[in-house]
Design a binder for this molecule. Sequence first.
Ligand code: CDP
Length: 236
Amino acid sequence: MPEMHSSLPQAIAIAGPAASGKSTLGKLLADELGYLFFDTGVMYRAVTWAALQRGLPIEDEAAVTRLAEEIVIDIQPPSNPDGRNYDILVDGRDVTWDIRSAEVEKYVSPVSVYPGVRQALTLQQRRIGLRGKVVMVGRDIGTVVLPEAELKIYLVASAEERARRRYQEVFARDGSASYEAILTTIRQRDQIDSTRAVAPLRPAADAVILDTDRMDVQQVLEAVRSLVKKANPRTG
Ligand code: CDP
């Protein structure tokens, strides 16, 4: 069959641990294909930010779950050329940078353990993913949110390399960032994300695993481009 635009995979799932390069890759790939880029991590971050802002104790599972069911999280095209990929709104308020704070980073994995929080957010993510033409990024996209994605990528890199990447990113906004503190948080989040009972971080059985330790962004993108060409779209 000749290669046609319609033979592209409708949904591409990118998963992997903290700071493995999922968002950078996902955004570039989505722009190239003209697909929607959907970073599901922002939803868990938004719930965490809202809980902290309201002074809810993070260990109060019932209250945090109710919050996840109630707040309106919106993702809009970027309104500001300050390096953002999109605007994140929580009940109408712009929290795009607030959800990247060290405090949110510290509590987001404990919040993401709560099954009720996951259920509320997964439902919305799946509804958007099923519309197709989407690059979806997160921990559990290929395994839980969108198992029908025709192409599943799982990015890995050592904790040290990931901490180095995140440090460079955070340092640009906050000169007091500490590499050691970032490495510690990344290790803690890896541990919580991969051992939780519901939707733990792990590659889907049919995911392509890419070790990016010695690859730069362009090399990863190139590898994924050839996987996109080879992927079989769902039929029917
Ligand atoms: O960019 P980074 O990998 O550091 O974080 P993120 O993708 O924004 O995700 C933040 C946190 O949300 C993760 O550590 C997970 O605890 C949680 N998360 C999740 O449980 N499931 C997803 N699909 C996405 C994020």
